[in-house]
Design a protein around this ligand. Structure first.
Ligand code: HEM
Length: 63
């Protein structure tokens, strides 16, 4: 996750860093990082609250 804030801004055209991070957590298969399989658990997005999601994205934006 080191440097994720900078990478997240450039991953998908038209998606801001925070929108990309949110989508990557809520729908991990939406945009796969090249070289990786679609193995990230969906259970994370299904079990965290909206507030936790926002805090997680805010934290990742500091990394
Ligand atoms: C709270 C826990 C987690 C968070 C916040 C999280 C967040 C993220 C984010 C933001 C990305 C995009 C990375 C990028 O664009 O460079 C990503 C990708 C990925 N994650 Fe997670 N992740 C978590 C847990 C996990 C777990 C437990 C696994 C596997 C067991 C996993 C597997 C992957 C893989 C393989 C990718 C790259 C492929 C893809 O884009 O889906 N993640 N994760």
């Amino acid at each position: 996750m080191q440097g994720i804030a900078e990478r997240a801004a450039d991953r998908v055209e038209g998606l801001s860093a925070s929108d990309y991070l949110e989508e990557s957590i809520m729908e991990p298969g939406a945009h796969l990082v090249e070289g990786y399989d679609d193995v990230m658990p969906r259970v994370i997005g299904r079990t965290i609250s909206q507030e936790e999601l926002e805090e997680l994205v805010a934290f990742l934006l500091t990394q």
